[in-house]
Design a protein around this ligand. Structure first.
Ligand code: ADP
Ligand code: MG
Length: 574
């Protein structure tokens, strides 16, 4: 067998396989070209889910008559000229591949007017250039996608599914370019109209057009800069999570990007407030110096490589973690009448971990009385977000009345979070209370070993232990914030965490988990009667505590039932 050069049209078809997978990839490439041509208005017409027809019309720069043939040939681009241009690409395209690829697997007609004369020029599927009336801008008409590649056609889904994928890519690009007016017309009907938005308010409207109204109402806006990077956009409140990761949008320099590193940073930022299996919703925009990324990683340009990926990861993690920490109950309680104003429990039927049925001892009660009372005094007359306590229900919930209705608080979950955050804040120098009567406990030799190995780490947790024998320890002090009466259980649980983690590095990384274990021992259990004063103390503490709208496991700590909602329970006012 001799080697032969493939003819260009076959070579193009093979190359097209990488870029053009389905109608949505055609739409993505054509939209990107219109964006690069600085069009303020783009119309997309579809027939049969894009399989029969995709026609995109823009009002951009246009293409010169003499460049039409070139525009359809491979490796022909007006966007870069030298390899060094790749270091600082500012356009979405640069590979000079899309039009050639699409033309090789469909019947493509390109019509354009670049404003040099009054008419437009068009190039037909059989490469004939002819005059064609066209106002300034470009129209690309793609018919019968994959008519000549049956293997690909076979893999297409129903017209409806292909349409939905196009809808999704249009949504993503529209969020990135709020100034461009984008209209999607399917089978002659307008199905989307992303109106151009210039002010911030309009941008929010644009996001609502894309995600629905509930999104911005249940999300936090952020915009922060650091060392040549800027992160802006919206992240959902932990209570507005989903079971799937289908509403997570990330854009780097206005490109739609998928990236494991970034996904990891976001997941870690939510780890402390979101239940494991739940997924946040977000639209985040990272702007970064174009010389610090490589966009030429993948033919579809859906991935980038960061020069300093660690810095990007840490920046995103740091910003999100802080933003989420600052969400307080007040942010979650909004005026009624705007629909969906209350945080809805993320999932019903959770097993309440950590709630023991044992009644709370009096020493713990005293311990918390002083703690809670001190907080009560600081409030002024205005109605606080979580209102004032009315009663306790079944030893589990606090009922309170606020401006809008009834507030129901899971007291153990809320208190646990408060203690946990206090432990984390005082991480550096936990105040410790020496026990008046040191407690001797019997332990296994493995646990004694752990005390030997990790004495510094145990010290840092505010726990003072001495080894009494091969199988016993003496507890001499514990953090002031935790009740003395529970010290034995506390130490046992911390030791078992340490045995399990096994190395200093892991202890350091999982410190929050250990603190969370400790917090559980400090919080009020079910079936503990609280006075109104104590309940109010807890509510005030919640209002001031970071992340207090979720317990340490990511479940909500409170819910609000508005008067309007109660009215509807009784068919009142109808
Ligand atoms: P790339 O976008 O990577 O340059 P394409 O194959 O997508 O490659 O397009 C080839 C060239 O055709 C572009 O570089 C651009 O000059 C021109 N072009 C394509 N679409 C448009 C458009 N809608 N408006 C103006 N010029 C366009
Ligand atoms: Mg392109």
């Amino acid at each position: 067998m001799r080697i032969k050069q493939l003819n260009p049209s076959i070579a193009n078809q093979i190359a097209a396989g990488e870029v053009i997978e389905r109608p949505a990839s055609v739409v993505k490439e054509l939209l990107e070209n219109s964006v690069d041509a600085a069009s303020g208005d783009i119309d997309i017409f579809l027939e049969q889910g894009g399989i029969g027809l995709i026609k995109i019309r823009d009002q951009g720069r246009g293409i010169a008559k003499d460049d039409l043939v070139l525009a359809l040939s491979r490796h022909a681009t007006s966007k870069i000229a030298t390899i060094s241009d790749l270091d600082s690409v500012r356009t979405l395209g640069f590979r000079g591949e899309a039009l050639a690829s699409i033309a090789s697997v469909s019947r493509l007609t390109l019509t354009s007017n670049n404003g040099t004369d009054n008419i437009g020029w068009s190039i037909s599927p059989d490469n004939e250039v002819a005059a064609e009336a066209h106002t300034r801008g470009t129209t690309v008409e793609v018919r019968d996608l994959f008519y000549n590649v049956p293997a690909r056609r076979k893999f297409l889904r129903t017209e409806r599914t292909e349409y939905l994928r196009i809808d999704e890519i249009v949504r993503k690009i529209s969020i990135c370019y709020p100034k461009i007016n984008i209209t999607l017309i399917n089978e002659g009907k307008i199905t989307r109209n992303y109106r151009s938005s210039h002010s911030n308010e309009e941008k929010i409207r644009r996001l609502q057009d894309a995600f629905g109204k509930g999104f911005t109402e249940n999300a936090v806006y952020l915009d922060e800069c650091k060392e040549g990077m800027r992160l802006s956009g919206w992240v959902s409140l932990p209570t507005h999570s989903r079971s799937q990761s289908d509403q997570q949008y990330f854009f780097v320099n206005s490109r739609v990007i998928r990236d494991k590193l970034i996904a990891h940073a976001v997941k870690r930022a939510y780890a402390d407030v979101l239940y494991q299996s739940r997924q946040p919703v977000f639209a985040l925009f990272l702007d970064i110096d174009s010389t610090s990324i490589d966009v030429n990683v993948h033919p579809t340009k859906s991935e980038v490589r960061f020069t300093d990926s660690r810095a990007v990861h840490d920046f995103i993690f740091g910003v999100l973690r802080r933003v989420l920490a600052d969400v307080t109950p007040k942010d979650l309680i909004k005026k009624p009448n705007t629909d969906q104003q209350i945080p809805t429990p993320i999932q019903s039927g959770f097993v309440m971990e950590g709630i023991s049925q044992a009644p709370y001892s009096n020493t713990i009660l005293d311990h918390h009385k002083t703690f809670l009372k001190n907080i009560v005094k600081e409030t002024d007359d205005e109605m606080p977000p979580l209102g004032y306590a009315l009663a306790q229900l079944h030893g589990i919930y606090i009922l309170a009345q606020n401006e809008y209705g009834l507030v129901i608080v899971d007291m153990h979950a809320a208190h646990e979070r408060i203690i946990y955050e206090r432990l984390k804040v005082s991480e550096e120098n936990l105040t410790v209370q020496p026990l008046l009567v040191p407690v001797t406990i019997s332990v296994t030799s493995a646990e004694v070993n752990v005390v030997n190995l990790f004495s510094d780490e145990i010290d840092a947790l505010g726990i003072e232990l001495t080894i009494a024998s091969e199988e016993s320890l003496i507890i001499r002090a514990i953090p002031t914030i935790l009740p003395v009466s529970n010290s034995e259980e506390l130490v046992r649980d911390v030791l078992s965490d340490l045995v399990e983690l096994g190395s200093t590095r892991r202890i350091f990384e999982r410190r929050d988990e250990i603190l969370s274990t400790m917090a559980c021992h400090g919080s009020v259990r079910a079936n503990r009667k609280l006075s109104l004063e104590e309940m109010n103390g807890l509510l005030r503490a919640m209002e001031k505590t970071k992340r207090s709208a979720q317990c340490n496991h990511g479940r909500p700590t409170f819910s609000v039932l508005t008067v309007a909602e109660m009215d509807s329970l009784f068919s009142r006012g109808r």
